[in-house]
Design a protein around this ligand. Structure first.
Ligand code: ADP
Ligand code: MG
Length: 357
């Protein structure tokens, strides 16, 4: 009884003394959720660094603007590549910057409790790197959750029930596929083919077919505006690039069919990944998934025709989540509201950092 009361006061006191923050450290976008406020930061995962001084010049949208445009001594990098931290120091700087920015008006006495989403199937060493980076950025406690789990919680699927739930998260660097039941991930697969790959497919296709070199931003815009996984009414767009023969600027008109041809092999790979996960999923859970559908999250869920193509190939209903880009961040927020309830869905700690009480 006393213990319960004490925990209640401890909980209230710690909310007064420190913030609770959720971070979706995506390969393309980083979102920060502050308890009581919601999503306060939603920025591209890009950091610009001055190589002479080692200082961070810009983070997020401002740094993304600099990608491919920086003078010699400034480099713009994406610290999370294929779902894994590629540059530890830069990631730490980015997390520190974001945590600081998120708490600007509500700085508390103690460092925040932080829930961070990571791709499923990352190694212990990688998990450890995320934990350390967040701890070194000033967190008081760090809790790690696998992204498909966070996404399922974020879109309020019944993860604790004895029924199978399937999530496909098509992000920038990775596609995460998972089947969840009874509060745990039963099967999962993480493939390094997602939105970034589609952009590169488009760059390669336009180089081969039209002999012009376009930038990544141009490719992404084309994908978002006229791209599709299935035939649609003909749409076209103008892309500008550098003529590979003359070296001069040139523009060409491309259509939805061009984009489809460019991205088809990668889309097939994503389908194949989903099929592989289903093939090893226990039959009872498959039957649940067939009834309840596969839930699509991440930016790739917004690709025109993606849901219909999945439905046709898998013969399973597909549900595109509302606001699929924020599902993971919302999930970290829901976990923060009740760390005790979600204790067992968090990735087990590999050292002696404080655990959820
Ligand atoms: P991550 O979690 O890896 O940061 P996100 O879930 O934020 O990734 O998704 C980013 C990816 O989604 C990018 O590759 C982006 O191009 C893609 N994307 C965003 N909107 C659309 C859209 N409408 N159609 C197709 N792809 C999209
Ligand atoms: Mg993501």
């Amino acid at each position: 009884m006393f213990k319960k009361e004490f925990r209640k006061y401890y909980e209230q006191a710690s909310r007064f003394l420190s913030n609770d923050i959720g971070i979706d450290l995506g390969t393309a976008n980083t979102l920060v959720y502050v308890r009581g406020k919601g999503i306060v930061i939603n920025e591209p995962s890009v950091v610009a660094i001055n190589q002479k001084t080692g200082q961070v010049v810009a983070v997020g949208a401002a740094a993304k603007q600099m990608l491919g445009r920086t003078p010699g001594h400034i480099i713009a990098v994406r610290p999370v590549v294929e779902g894994v931290i590629s540059d530890y120091e830069v990631t730490e700087e980015m997390i520190a910057y974001l945590m600081d920015k998120a708490q600007k008006e509500t700085k508390k006495m103690l460092g925040p409790r932080v829930v961070v989403g990571v791709p499923s199937a990352i190694t212990n060493v990688e998990t450890r790197a995320v934990r350390d980076a967040t701890m070194n950025s000033g967190a008081r406690e760090v809790h790690i959750v696998e992204e498909p789990m966070a996404a399922a919680i974020g879109i309020r699927l019944p993860i604790f029930e004895p029924v199978g739930t399937m999530i496909i998260d098509i992000g920038g660097g990775t596609t995460n596929i998972a089947v969840i039941a009874l509060g745990g991930i039963v099967r999962s697969k993480n493939i390094k083919i997602a939105g970034d790959r589609l952009n590169n497919d488009i760059i390669a296709y336009i180089r081969n077919e039209f002999k012009i070199l376009i930038g990544e931003k141009t490719a992404e815009n084309a994908k978002i505006t006229i791209g599709s996984a299935l035939p649609r009414s003909v749409t076209e767009t103008v892309v500008k690039g550098r003529d590979l023969v003359t070296g001069l600027p040139r523009e060409v008109i491309i259509t939805d069919a061009d984009i489809r041809a460019a991205i088809a092999p990668s889309i097939d790979n994503i389908m194949e990944g989903a099929r592989e996960v289903l093939e090893t999923t226990p039959p009872e859970l498959i039957s649940d998934v067939m009834q309840r559908g596969i839930h699509l999250v991440g930016g790739g869920a917004l690709l025109h025709g993606m849901n219909e193509l999945l439905r046709e190939t898998m013969k399973i209903p597909i549900v595109v989540a509302d606001d699929p880009l924020t599902a993971v961040a919302r999930g970290t927020g829901i976990i923060l509201e009740n760390l005790k309830l979600y204790k067992d869905v968090l990735v087990k700690n590999d050292d002696n950092l404080p655990q959820a009480k």
